[in-house]
Unconditional design. Structure first.
Length: 581
């Protein structure tokens, strides 16, 4: 080896060792959670908040959404108006509007938003931002309009709107910018930064238990105190999913979002609330946390069923230990044409009817208006199909649904298939008899069209209704399309590549988006409100306009997959969004 090479290697080694020693001496920035006083209901943390804001502002999804019918409807919603009012109150107190320019100026790298009151939107925001950049923000430039105070050896500035009594306070502490809507929150954060030993969010059980159960922190992390959040009337009113009953079984949750290339992945951990001791424990069918995770149990069978899903299926859903009622209901709703009956009670508030204010009349003084009318519902006989499901417990179920255009390209037809996996073999003749017994009263007055004829691996009704069934030991397949039946049966020889789970579902948005728009474009029909009432803004049709536009905005999302597993007192959920571009 030449002398030059030796000198070069020695020099490079010295540089690498020196850089490593230098890196070791750089102190690791403290966790921002240590600066957040105890008491928040929602905790949000971003690795690079400025980068997230920049990505959203430059995304085609944002440009398309603000021009969509979905945004138009959202801009008239109660939630939007509530946020708009809160923004106006913030602007009155701070003297600056909380618009996107304000957000871009105050967005640093690692950032935390802690929400303490969702009714009054009281929050603390801490972001790592170089002090030079903090002093360039419009907020810092208007500090002369604020009242200076001191906490933790740092000056912070507070301003109060005399009309709404709302407060806005901010401070710059080294390379951190702090913003809050309560003076005690920003004072508490500054005290913690100075080394005070006050309680932080890290000392609260819901936060520490959730974070300890979670894996690595994602690009964006959200931690929720569900035990305090769910009972809040504001949460119950504005929570879009409206699944309050389901959330009551959890005490806390943490969700991490990971972004990489063409995939966004959300990892959720939900902590079950401690179960109250009862005289007799509930069954695994009624309580999700009691679902046994044992070899060849419902979670294993659920994962095994996913191998049957056709490659071109639009929607599929596999779940462990569905109740008898759930199995019966999905058969009736998806395949067996639901029977006519009383209208189910509405869960939505009635629309306001503008009139002269009169209620009732002088001729119906005996009619009570403070009690709902009593409905006489005749008891329904238990069907043979229901009895069959009662005596054949289902360990797991699979629902598959696809759509296709007819040959003329005008209508969209939907096809469904259901697979039940039982612990015992199904009785094929009993299944055939039970299905005929259930559907015959609504289809024919005789035996026409309700006889079974054999096909390759399955049985099909001999009439116009293409209902098919296939029994393979512990597997029962019922479908309304012969092609879908044959595809599922062909997958019986596949090997399952899904790990045990209590719930697995998928939606192929790229395949269904155009079918959805065509189907509901026909169902909704033209909206004539604009021509009949020129002064009334035109309301987009809910499916073809509102939801259709949202589907178009996120046309780049090709598929969504969900997997749910249980581990001890935790429910683990993985949601994957696949991007086509």
């Amino acid at each position: 080896m030449s002398r030059v090479s030796i000198v070069f290697l020695v020099g490079m080694t010295t540089v690498v060792l020196g850089w490593g020693a230098y890196q070791a001496t750089i102190p690791t920035p403290p966790a921002l959670s240590g600066f957040v006083p105890a008491g928040p209901l929602v905790y949000l943390e971003a690795n690079d908040f400025s980068g997230l804001v920049s990505d959203w502002n430059s995304s085609p999804q944002k440009r398309a959404w603000v021009q969509s019918a979905n945004y138009e409807v959202f801009s008239r919603s109660r939630l939007f108006l509530r946020l708009q009012g809160a923004g106006q109150q913030f602007a009155a107190a701070a003297g600056l509007p909380p618009d996107m320019n304000f957000l871009s100026q105050t967005a640093g790298s690692r950032s935390v938003l802690a929400l303490y009151d969702i009714g009054n939107l009281q929050f603390l925001y801490v972001t790592r931002l170089p002090s030079a950049k903090s002093m360039e923000t419009a907020l810092w430039q208007t500090r002369s309009k604020f009242e200076p105070r001191t906490a933790g050896g740092v000056t912070f500035y507070i301003r109060r709107d005399p009309e709404s009594q709302k407060e806005v306070a901010f401070a710059v502490a080294g390379d951190y910018l702090l913003l809050a809507t309560r003076d005690d929150l920003i004072a508490g954060a500054l005290q913690l930064m100075s080394g005070a030993k006050d309680r932080t969010v890290e000392n609260e059980q819901w936060w520490s238990e959730s974070v300890a159960a979670a894996g690595p922190r994602g690009d964006l992390r959200m931690v929720l105190d569900l035990q305090r959040l769910v009972p809040s009337p504001y949460f119950r009113t504005y929570w879009v999913q409206q699944n309050i009953t389901d959330l009551k079984q959890y005490s806390a949750a943490v969700s991490d979002l990971f972004r990489s290339g063409k995939e966004y992945r959300e990892e959720r951990v939900l902590i079950f609330r401690p179960r109250v001791q009862a005289s007799s424990p509930p069954s695994a069918r009624d309580t999700k946390e009691l679902i046994p995770l044992v070899p060849d149990g419902g979670d294993t069978v659920t994962a095994d069923l996913t191998r049957l899903v056709p490659d071109d299926a639009s929607v599929y859903e596999a779940r462990a230990y569905p109740s008898t009622e759930a199995c019966f209901q999905v058969l009736e709703d998806k395949l067996l044409a639901p029977h006519l009956g009383p209208t189910p009670p509405s869960t939505l508030a009635p629309l306001v009817q503008l009139s002269n204010g009169e209620t009732g009349s002088g001729s119906d003084l005996e009619t009570r208006i403070d009690q709902p009318p009593v409905r006489q519902v005749a008891p329904q006989a238990v069907s043979e199909l229901r009895r069959l499901l009662d005596k054949t417990p289902v360990m797991a179920s699979l629902e598959v649904q696809s759509s296709e255009r007819d040959k003329a390209g005008v209508f969209v037809r939907m096809h469904s298939a259901i697979v039940f996996a039982s612990g015992d073999d199904w009785d094929e003749s009993a299944v055939q008899s039970a299905l005929v017994d259930f559907i015959q009263p609504g289809t024919t007055a005789s035996q026409l069209g309700v006889g079974w004829k054999g096909k390759a691996g399955y049985q099909q009704l001999d009439g116009l209704w293409p209902l098919t069934i296939s029994v393979h030991g512990k597997y029962l397949l019922v479908a309304d399309d012969a092609t879908l039946t044959e595809t599922i049966l062909a997958n019986m020889h596949r090997k399952a590549d899904t790990k045990p789970a209590i719930f697995v579902a998928g939606f192929r948005h790229a395949r269904e988006r155009e079918h959805f728009a065509q189907l509901f474009g026909l169902i909704d029909g033209p909206n004539q409100s604009g021509t009949e009432y020129p002064s009334v803004p035109r309301q987009p049709q809910f499916f073809s306009g509102n939801m259709g536009s949202l589907s178009a905005v996120f046309s780049g999302v090709s598929a969504v997959n969900i997997v749910v597993r249980h581990h001890g007192n935790k429910e683990l959920q993985t949601v994957t969004y696949e991007w086509a571009q």
